[in-house]
Design a protein around this ligand. Structure first.
Ligand SMILES: C[S@@+](CC[C@H](N)C(=O)[O-])C[C@H]1O[C@@H](n2cnc3c(N)ncnc32)[C@H](O)[C@@H]1O
Length: 309
């Protein structure tokens, strides 16, 4: 990096570090919530859509993409696993730094849609690619006594961080941690009332297969919800987002986690992920009904929903 890069990076860190550190250290208090809520409201494009769109083709055949790089289908998951093994220890801090804490609001929105019952009625939730346990812990905190959650992730390193967070929060008896691949979930058909996947599905090699598995493990009447980075269509915001993605995030990754390459992959994989309508079509193809999505923060992220009826 030259001196100009370093100066730009310092400016960014000085602006964002105190916010991210505060968010990382403590749950958001009302002034933070108000600030981020207003920020989101200004740029939100929360239009609910229902689709009959055709599915876009997932990567099949000999090669697929790892970020912008073509790789063999059989080698991709190993490369993804290396990324998450490398970032696991700093993952939560980096999440706050990269999103300025916005991922917390997006996850709260996701959990609101899961809507775990507040009563002692039995409710089983699975968070696939659940990593360090953010979504599962939120679901349990929101739900009542009958609520149980399972985190399933392919990365032992991410799960280890998640397990120690869960133990620290005293939630070990209500959250299970299971190592497993989204493409071949180690659970019986019809086990869960709700399936979530947050910032996980773009890392899966065969997305259609993961969606088929999501359908299989849900009970009839169960809901699929996917929170994922998506495609921003708001003029100017898309430019800022591009700059942030390609110029800021890899540098933050290098500074805070000593690993620019992993963060470069994370950004590139977002751009390779299907657009909102195309992904909705893939969910329908897997068998889900009443498929819809809503954009968050101008489409930087989106929540897709489908029902197993
Ligand atoms: C960006 S992290 C998201 C973690 C968490 N859901 C969150 O929102 O903070 C992506 C996660 O997907 C997991 N993952 C990647 N491929 C997977 C697969 N095929 N099956 C299950 N998990 C996978 C990674 O190990 C990693 O923990």
């Amino acid at each position: 990096m030259d001196r100009g890069d370093w100066r730009a990076l310092c400016r960014i860190v000085v602006r964002f570090l105190p916010i991210a550190a505060a968010l990382h250290a403590a749950p958001m208090r009302w002034p933070q919530r108000l600030f981020y809520g207003m920020l989101c409201a200004m740029i939100d494009n929360s239009t609910e859509n229902t689709f009959g769109a055709t599915a876009s083709e997932p990567p099949v055949g000999e090669t697929t993409s790892f970020g912008f790089r073509p790789v063999g289908v059989s080698e991709r998951q190993g490369l993804v696993n290396e990324v998450f093994a490398s970032v696991a220890g700093r993952y939560d801090l980096m999440n706050d730094l990269m999103s300025g804490g916005l991922h917390r609001l997006w996850k709260n929105d996701l959990v609101t849609q899961v809507g775990p019952p507040k009563s002692d009625r039995a409710f089983r939730h699975i968070d696939v690619a659940g990593g360090t346990g953010d979504v599962a812990m939120r679901v349990i905190k929101r739900g009542g006594e009958g609520c149980r959650s399972t985190i399933c992730d392919i990365s032992r390193e991410m799960l280890d961080v998640g397990q120690s967070r869960i133990n620290k929060a005293g939630l070990g008896s209500v959250i299970d941690v299971v190592e497993g691949n989204a493409e071949a979930l180690p659970f019986e058909r019809g086990t869960f009332n709700a399936y979530t996947i947050a910032f996980g599905i773009r890392n899966v090699t065969n997305i259609d297969q993961a969606l088929t598995e999501a359908y299989r493990v849900l009970k009839p009447g169960g809901r699929f919800l996917c929170l994922e980075f998506s495609h921003c269509d708001v003029a100017l915001l898309d430019r800022i987002y591009d700059f942030h993605s390609f110029e800021v995030i890899p540098r933050l990754g290098k500074m805070a986690a000593g690993d620019a390459e992993s963060y470069k992959y994370l950004v590139e994989s977002i751009r390779k992920f299907p657009r909102q309508e195309a992904f909705a079509g893939m969910i329908r193809t897997a068998g889900f009904e009443r498929v819809s999505y809503h954009n968050l923060t101008g489409g930087i992220a989106a929540i897709h929903s489908g029902w197993r009826l």
